[in-house]
Ligand binder design. Sequence first.
Ligand code: URA
Length: 275
Amino acid sequence: MTPDRTKAVRELLAFYAEAGVDAALGEQANDWLSADRALESEPALPDVSAAASPPPARRTSTDAPAVARPSAAPPPTPDAAVMAAREAARSAGSLDELRAILDRFEGCSLKASASRLVFADGNPQSRLMFVGEAPGAEEDKQGLPFVGRSGQLLERMLAAIGLERSQIYIANIVPWRPPGNRTPTPVETQICLPFIQRQIELANPEVLVTIGQPSTGALLGVQGITRNRGRWFAYQTGTREIRAMPMLHPAYLLRQPIAKRLAWRDMLAIKKALG
Ligand code: URA
């Protein structure tokens, strides 16, 4: 390759990375816009309701990677997707069922660009549940929430009050990684909300901690994380009322280490609430 061409390719890759396209899905580039492709007999988008779609075949290392495919069928409207999500979430009688239903759910477009579902980690029987925003790159790779830098800091914060990751239950509002780690859109959040609400109801913790503003806004309807962190709110799980507290997101604490003293206070409040 000539130096000019190398430079042009580097600049293009940098542009892609900034736009959130940071993982190669195959050896060959796909021209999704070509007329031939659009006319290919791709399967139509499955019904958005989880119950209606068959379980997906497991991907093996030799399969073609899962990529978003153009489809003749229009995507569901946001309202239809939210309705389908509510119905699907309601139908789950256990956390395992909820996970399986979510894995089959086709109503959220984030699923197409994520590598896998990131459902939860830790002990579902724990009295303490944390809910973050959405998986990042490392979480998307491992299929577990909070395993990247933020997760490592969260583990150190838990250790400071004598807790291990295996003693808490942790999940996210949105269980698929948004491309380039962007904030999930309000529509994506609304579509995923019934699932995390049902997950909280089924896990039935005594104390809920919402991590960062997106989780706090979605679950507690509270705006202003710096004002509201460390305060207790009532959260209705569907079967009972529990205590809920917003905390600063560890990603924010990594950028603003001075705020760690506030987070420390919040961790102590959580410890006290657990008795
Ligand atoms: N940030 C989140 O909100 N959730 C994760 O799982 C990881 C980072």
